[in-house]
Design a protein around this ligand. Structure first.
Ligand SMILES: [Zn+2]
Length: 828
């Protein structure tokens, strides 16, 4: 963490090719479903094997030496030094096991180290049985007084998730070595009763490259509800497989060392009475350990540690489960912390400070991070039985379907009414089956270890009949908190807090395109689901076929057909393909789970593969490519160098492009493009470009810049909004007034108040709030006097790859803009 709340990352970064496309044998439903799930990034990683003993002594392949690794300047271990060090420790000690748990976006191995006393395979299997019992039969586990004696408490240390917050890695390696070689009887005792898991560097790409993000440009510590990145899917699997009772996530840089628990608002889906008690206790222990190192403000520039829950009123909350320690509790962690080590060595300091000063700071930071790790394993050692009992209690309450508890005031010192957040769990959620959106959501829930079932027969509930095959998420399950935090609409918390650290709304039910309905009772015969059922189909009738672009999977299927050179026509929100392409349609129907319907004789206009020049943020580039668009990143500088527009159909502008800063030649080249091209804008940068380039007649009104969340919208039809879901995501929302006659409204903010969940207030002067946005145009389109086709988004349809139900709006904008201008029909 340690960056203030801010709009999405402006970085324009290039990265590798688009996602892999799994070839699927047509007509094998299970394979098709599994491949579709994999194609959506929901493949389950192999995780930690449970049937092998410890030590495992995996020889890690050493990466090539990289003298440019950014850690070297700080005197810290470069990424290529980690595997040799772990190999040496595995050779020296029977307490250390290293495993590769995945690969980063940039292709680097991710290392998980387990430190524990040796176990035979039979003993490891016994540990696995106990862990499964805690999750799957918590009531029996709670009654079993012998369980805590046999069970090794799992502790998870996550390091370096922000690549340019380095020292957690070095502290982890130091601690692993100490534990591996110590003759202290207390350590021997610790390792007999504990398994310590270290994710040595969660972000090797960023560690090497001196960046917060991974090679795809994503902040991994914002991705846990989405899991768009392989590093996050690997961490998620570790938390599910290891089921830690406690975890810490090592960050930088806040002086004095910042140690959670957090300020309010507190996530309402945790068993917070258990969580705050343990987390505060370990926070105090870490504080004592850090302060006990003896560093002082006068001598070292190190301030005393601080605990936001105790020392601050607001601004460091645990509301969104996008952060590692806010996600881990759903898998049973009853103490979880972000720790921010004190002395800044990144950003401008990395570039400007003398090397010896940087190394002095990094050495202190490593000491602080190591002290936090040691304090945490001592905490787990001291509270061993209680932490296990509290984890069992989390799963027991979920399985029993008990109402959420209201945490008693004063449960820890300072726990006041401002700290009380609670929720009401429905009895179940129903997710009607048959759409790619439902399949994607179900696969995502399952990948998060949420249990999903299917109705074997039709059932009635609330006056409505749900057909056989309907997905059911029974909220009587151990991880109901995770199920609910994804499936509930969320809450408008604007009245309760002044400022939030990051996003405040994320509902998968409202943003991922699937229908999700809470049920107040549940009487259905169900069977467990391992993977969502296939949804693709092609009608048996002869003649042309239509594919309505209503889901991200429709977009990917259509772009796949376009890449194959299939003759596609674009007909107002749907693509029409000739009957000669029937076989190709069958293949993409299986691959992406999309449904074709019979089409009338092709109307519309020809559509070819859309080539996008994108001045966009990294998450937008990633998503546009994931959808199968042909994307070339551009910027002011690149256009000023002389850009060949002949390969571009549509220009995307949301970040890093200023019309005012273009050279006269670059402007002239752009003008020539606008005579036959399209422009999509998003956000303030895009709106400024629209004005400066003289595109659509519209006045942009800015909502408060830190406002964000899920909003209700009304689709006004047209080219983009037609099949919209009725909700959108906003961050620094915009709306458009003073519209010229050439402008159509595609989507508006709901007239009865747009904000469903999140944080959106007016400014002190009363401007920029959700009241002002009522009924205003959120997305507009039109053709300017040159003929350029323009769509402007005041919403955030691609934000961090999360609001998947909004992706098709962007695609329809691109198809429309390229097809009406004829831009995209010149290529085969
Ligand atoms: Zn951080």
């Amino acid at each position: 963490m340690a960056e203030p709340a801010q709009p999405p990352p402006p970085a324009v970064r290039d990265f590798g090719n688009g996602p892999e496309r799994n070839e699927v044998a047509a007509g094998l439903p299970e394979q098709a479903a599994a491949a579709r799930a994999a194609a959506q990034g929901e493949e389950r990683s192999s995780g930690i094997p449970h049937d092998r003993g410890y030590p495992r002594r995996t020889k890690l392949p050493p990466p090539q030496e990289n003298p440019a690794d950014a850690a070297i300047k700080l005197g810290l271990v470069p990424y290529h030094g980690i595997a040799p060090k772990l190999n040496e420790l595995q050779w020296r000690s029977d307490r250390v096991s290293a495993e590769i748990i995945g690969r980063s976006a940039g292709g680097h191995d991710l290392y998980l180290v387990t430190v524990t006393a040796p176990e035979s395979a039979a003993q490891a299997r016994e540990q696995a049985r106990l862990r499964e019992r805690i999750e799957n039969d918590p009531a029996a586990a709670a009654r079993d007084r012998g369980l805590a004696k046999k069970y090794k408490a799992p502790l998870y240390v996550n390091a370096n998730i922000h690549g340019n917050e380095w020292e957690g890695t070095d502290a982890a390696l130091r601690t692993i070595e100490e534990l591996a070689t110590s003759r202290d009887p207390a350590i021997t005792a610790l390792l007999k009763r504990t398994r310590l898991y270290f994710n040595v560097t969660a972000n090797p790409d960023g560690r090497i490259a001196n960046s917060r993000q991974n090679a795809a440009g994503f902040d991994l510590n914002r991705d846990f509800v989405t899991a768009s990145q392989p590093e996050v899917r690997a961490m998620r699997q570790v938390m599910m497989d290891a089921q830690p009772v406690a975890m810490i996530d090592l960050h930088g840089y806040v002086n004095g060392t910042l140690i959670e628990p957090t300020t309010p608002p507190h996530g309402a889906n945790y068993e917070y009475d258990l969580f705050i008690t343990n987390t505060y206790a370990n926070g105090l222990g870490m504080e004592a350990a850090v302060n006990g190192l003896g560093y002082t403000p006068e001598k070292d520039g190190v301030q005393p540690a601080q605990i936001p829950f105790r020392d601050s009123a607001e601004g460091w909350d645990d509301w969104p489960p996008i952060f590692t320690p806010q996600y881990a509790p759903f898998h049973g962690a009853v103490a979880a912390h972000t720790v921010e080590i004190p002395l800044r060595v990144n950003n401008a300091d990395y570039a400007n400070l003398p090397v010896e000063e940087l190394r002095r700071r990094s050495a202190i930071n490593t000491d602080v991070a190591a002290a936090a790790i040691r304090a945490t394993y001592r905490f787990v050692q001291d509270r061993h039985d209680r932490l296990i009992a509290d984890q069992i209690e989390v799963f027991r309450r979920g399985t029993a379907g008990e109402p959420a508890r209201t945490v008693p005031l004063g449960i820890v010192p300072g726990f006041g009414p401002e700290d009380v957040y609670t929720t009401t769990f429905p009895r179940a959620y129903a997710i009607p089956a048959g759409t790619p959106a439902a399949a994607r959501l179900v696969d995502h829930l399952i990948a998060n270890d949420v249990r999903v079932e299917r109705a074997k027969t039709a059932f009635r509930q609330g006056g409505k009949t749900y057909p056989a095959g309907t997905y059911v998420v029974d909220m009587r399950q151990p991880k109901r908190g995770l199920a609910n935090v994804m499936l509930e609409p969320g809450e408008d918390i604007s009245p309760r807090v002044d400022a939030m650290y990051d996003i405040s709304g994320w509902s998968h039910a409202l943003l991922w395109g699937a229908q999700v309905e809470p049920l107040t009772s549940l009487r259905a015969h169900t069977t467990p689901v391992k993977v969502a059922a296939p949804t693709g189909s092609v009608p048996r009738t002869s003649g042309p076929l239509a594919l309505k672009v209503a889901d991200a999977q429709d977009v990917r299927a259509l772009n796949d057909l376009l890449a194959q050179g299939v003759a596609v026509r674009w007909d107002g929100g749907a693509a029409v393909i000739p009957s000669s392409a029937r076989q190709a349609a069958r293949v993409v129907a299986d691959r992406y789970g999309v449904a074709f319907t019979p089409a009338r004789e092709p109307g519309g206009v020809p559509l070819a593969q859309v080539r996008v020049a994108a001045a966009a943020s990294a998450d937008e580039l990633f998503t546009l490519r994931e959808l199968g668009f042909d994307v070339t990143p551009v910027s002011t500088a690149l256009l000023n160098q002389g850009f060949d527009w002949s390969g571009t159909d549509v220009l995307w502008v949301s970040s890093g492009l200023s019309h005012a800063a273009l050279t006269p030649q670059a402007r002239a080249d752009l003008e020539a493009f606008l005579g036959s091209g399209g422009v999509i804008t998003r956000g303030r940068t895009g709106a400024a470009f629209n004005t400066a380039a003289g595109l659509l007649t519209a006045t942009t009104v800015e909502g408060r810049s830190d406002a964000n969340g899920v909003v209700r919208t009304v689709a006004d039809g047209g080219q983009v909004g037609g099949a919209a879901t009725g909700h959108a995501f906003v961050y620094s929302p915009l709306w458009f007034t003073g519209l010229g006659p050439e402008v159509a409204v595609e989507q508006s903010y709901a007239a009865d108040g747009p904000l469903v969940s999140g944080h959106w207030r007016a400014t002190a002067a009363g401007a920029g709030g959700p009241e002002s946005a009522r009924g205003q145009a959120a997305v507009i389109s039109g053709r300017d006097e040159r003929g350029a086709a323009v769509v402007m988004f005041g919403t955030e349809p691609l934000f961090r790859n999360h609001p998947k139900g909004l992706f098709p709006q962007v695609a329809r904008a691109l198809y429309w803009a390229s097809s009406v201008t004829g831009a995209a029909v010149t290529t085969p």
